[in-house]
Ligand binder design. Structure first.
Ligand code: AMP
Length: 289
């Protein structure tokens, strides 16, 4: 007789520091290791891949869901960013997360809050920071707080936000936060589009054109790997994106570790990074050469 699988247990949801502390203390009493997966919710298969990786890396998995006002400029989509906690908690049961940490803004930033982390190095590479100058300060501040709240042994982030992964890795090392950072490859749709909560904003017609972003990156990566000059390759990539209706913020080749500009493949491992708007939706992506 085949055994039916055990019913999935929904993860507990902590909304106050007291509730979070109680659960984490329970883990620590049993000497269990803890992995944290920070997210802004509206979870998709990319987020769930991070949770599965965290599951393998530690005894307990905490997923934070917090749409962080500190990383949005007033002109950006903070108010309209998708929020769907109940569906997220159900999805997290499937991948056996143990705890959802879902503070509201008053818990994260209580009255009197007056500290902001100011990351440098990869946070000033002239990529996302050039177009969203408030962004990495907001990310670094909230990630430092999440690490202080959860005190994880491991934290898992996606390479989808490549510059962010570098910023967070630097933050953990520079502030001696004692967290091992793991970066995971980007999960994509079959047509190449990187999964993103913001893909929900695309109209059906825009969704049809969106995979051009990844296609152009892949073509540029192939050409550069085959020895074609970087500058001319990226210029023709930028033109292809414009023809598909993208308004480009940047399409750049950078050193994969330092994010410093590169002129040729001899300068070291190369990462291509792109950000472009399709209608009102801003999409980012990146690819190794
Ligand atoms: P977000 O909720 O968009 O802030 O993302 C939370 C985490 O999920 C970040 O570490 C992202 O890099 C990661 N992530 C987002 N999209 C993907 C994806 N398509 N594949 C892998 N990781 C992702």
């Amino acid at each position: 007789m085949t055994k039916s699988p055990a019913p999935l247990r929904r993860p507990a949801v902590a909304r106050t520091l007291k509730a979070l502390d109680r659960t984490i203390a329970g883990f620590r009493r049993k000497h269990e290791t803890v992995a944290l997966v920070p997210t802004m919710g509206a979870l998709h298969a990319g987020h769930l891949a991070l949770v599965r990786r965290a599951r393998r890396a530690a005894d307990r998995v905490v997923v934070s869901i917090f749409v962080n006002p500190a990383q949005f400029a007033p002109s950006e989509d903070f108010a309209s960013y998708p929020r769907r906690l109940a569906a997220d908690v159900a999805a997290l049961a499937e991948v056996r997360a143990d705890l959802v940490w879902a503070p509201d803004a008053k818990v994260m930033y209580p009255a009197g809050f007056a500290t902001r982390v100011a990351p440098e190095g990869p946070a000033l590479a002239g990529l996302e920071d050039k177009y969203r100058p408030h962004f990495f300060g907001g990310v670094a501040t909230v990630v430092a707080k999440l690490f202080g709240q959860v005190r994880p042994d491991i934290a898992v982030f996606g390479q989808k936000d490549y510059q962010q992964l570098k910023v967070v890795t630097r933050l953990a090392a520079d502030l001696d936060l004692r967290v091992k950072i793991i970066g995971l490859p980007t999960v994509r749709e079959k047509d190449g589009l990187a999964l993103s909560s913001r893909n929900l904003y695309l109209s059906p017609e825009e969704r049809g054109r969106a995979p051009v972003l990844h296609r152009v990156l892949a073509e540029c990566a192939d050409r550069i790997a085959a020895g074609r000059p970087i500058k001319a390759t990226l210029e023709s990539g930028a033109k292809a994106l414009a023809r598909a209706g993208f308004v480009l913020d940047y399409l750049e080749a950078r050193h994969a570790e330092t994010l410093a500009p590169v002129r040729s493949v001899k300068d070291g491992p190369i990462r291509l990074l792109v950000a472009a708007r399709l209608g009102t939706t801003r999409l980012i992506d990146n690819l190794a050469v």
